[in-house]
Write a new protein. Structure first.
Length: 78
């Protein structure tokens, strides 16, 4: 076997080994993809709920300002 053939055999073997390692990493990390997708969906849901809660708080604040203004105009403020 010549030097060139030996080098080509080594390169071929490393290519096969690299492909196997890449496949193994992909298989090992596949469950994490599901976890990340689920966490992203959960965070998006929480963000929507927090936005709705923030709007509710803003509405309450505006109503309180209106009530306080009415009391002040009518002389009910202490």
């Amino acid at each position: 076997m010549t030097t060139a053939e030996t080098i080509m055999a080594i390169i071929g073997g490393l290519g096969i080994a690299g492909t196997g390692i890449a496949w193994a990493i992909k298989v090992i990390l596949a469950p994490l993809k599901v976890v990340i997708e689920n966490n992203t969906a959960a965070l998006n849901g929480m963000t929507k709920k927090l936005d709705a809660h923030d709007e509710t708080l803003d509405d309450h604040g505006q109503r309180i300002v209106a009530i306080e203004t009415t009391h002040k105009v009518k002389g009910c403020a202490s």
